[in-house]
Design a protein around this ligand. Structure first.
Ligand code: HXC
Length: 289
């Protein structure tokens, strides 16, 4: 038993050290080579990740994606942060996986090393992630945006899955998430021809929820993040879990899960506070409990 407590306290100490290291990491931003990381919003409650490999149009090399994972881990641990925004530059959100890095890879290396398996991180974080897409979102760039929970686009954004032109196919969820987002015909057309769609077409087909002038895109995405971060974090996480379940479950199973999560909100102080505040005609003050 004493042994258990000793190792448990060691784990807590290590976790605290990691979390402090995380805080330092994004407060200075210094150790990151390929991304810029900071907190935004009036209350500094929006985690902000900017892909920063401008010469390569933010091609998603292994190092960049590992840094994105680290930054997401740090924001997940940060109780101040209620939502996360990922963006790129005005010219490119990301022009895809790094073709130069992939060029000489063999099947054996890809298969044995489970190539690109760590990309999934963006789709597994609990906090809501908003992609703010200006410019090119191609291949892995489009897939990265689709791993996020909400996509906002600048009016000159272009989305595409051009892997077919390189003799390959999307490998980070493109065929699956794009099809669920825009339907079979447009997904097939994009994946099989490599043709891109504009921000306006992406909006029309349901791939993105809003389109903004280029210079307003990031501020609007941060505003959306602030709006989400002002709500109860625990209830937001339940809402995100329930919506994501729609992609995995049958309608009956999904409705059952939703009902259970809905019932669970009644076990929280924040549900009580939200309804009491309405009845008392005041603004709710959520404690994330
Ligand atoms: C590596 C890339 C790159 C990429 C651009 N660059 N995209 N490097 N990987 N995906 C580099 C170019 O080599 C060049 O560097 C610099 O960025 C500028 O690119 P240009 O082509 O000169 O710019 P431009 O003429 O404006 O054309 C922009 C572009 C084009 C249309 C976006 O760069 C392009 O088609 N890129 C490839 C898009 C693509 O096929 N993406 C899918 C990748 S495969 P240098 O130093 O050479 O001048 C993929 C698979 C995902 O994503 C599978 C699972 C993740």
């Amino acid at each position: 038993m004493a042994m258990f407590f000793r190792s448990a306290s060691l784990v807590v100490r290590q976790a605290t050290a990691l979390s402090l290291a995380g805080a330092r990491r994004y407060s200075t931003g210094a150790p990151y080579q390929y991304i810029l990381v900071e907190k935004k919003g009036e209350k500094q409650d929006v985690g902000f990740i900017q892909l920063n490999r401008p010469k390569a149009l933010n091609a998603l090399c292994d190092g960049l994606m590992k840094e994105v994972s680290q930054a997401l881990d740090a924001f997940e641990e940060d109780s101040q942060v209620g939502a996360i925004v990922i963006t790129g530059s005005e010219k490119a959100f990301a022009a895809g996986a790094d073709i130069k890095e992939m060029q000489n890879r063999t099947f054996q290396e890809c298969y044995s090393g489970n190539f690109l398996s760590h990309w999934n991180k963006v789709s597994t974080v609990k906090k809501p992630v908003i992609a703010a897409v200006n410019g090119f979102a191609l291949g892995g760039g489009c897939e990265l945006a689709m791993m996020c929970d909400i996509i906002y686009a600048g009016e000159k954004a272009q989305f595409g899955q051009p892997e077919i032109l390189l003799g390959t196919i999307p490998g980070a969820g493109g065929t699956q998430r794009l099809t669920r987002a825009v339907g079979k015909s447009l997904a097939m057309e994009m994946v099989l021809t490599g043709d891109r769609v504009s921000a306006q077409e992406a909006k029309q087909s349901g791939l993105v929820s809003k389109v903004f002038p280029i210079d307003q895109l990031v501020p609007e995405a941060i505003k959306c993040g602030e709006k989400i971060a002002a709500h109860s974090k625990i209830i937001v996480a339940m809402g995100k879990e329930a919506v994501n379940a729609a992609f995995e479950l049958t309608l009956t199973e999904g409705n059952r899960l939703e009902k259970r999560l809905f019932h669970s909100t009644f076990a929280t102080d924040d549900r009580k506070e939200g309804m009491t505040a309405f009845v008392e005609k005041r603004k709710a003050s959520f404690q994330d409990k």
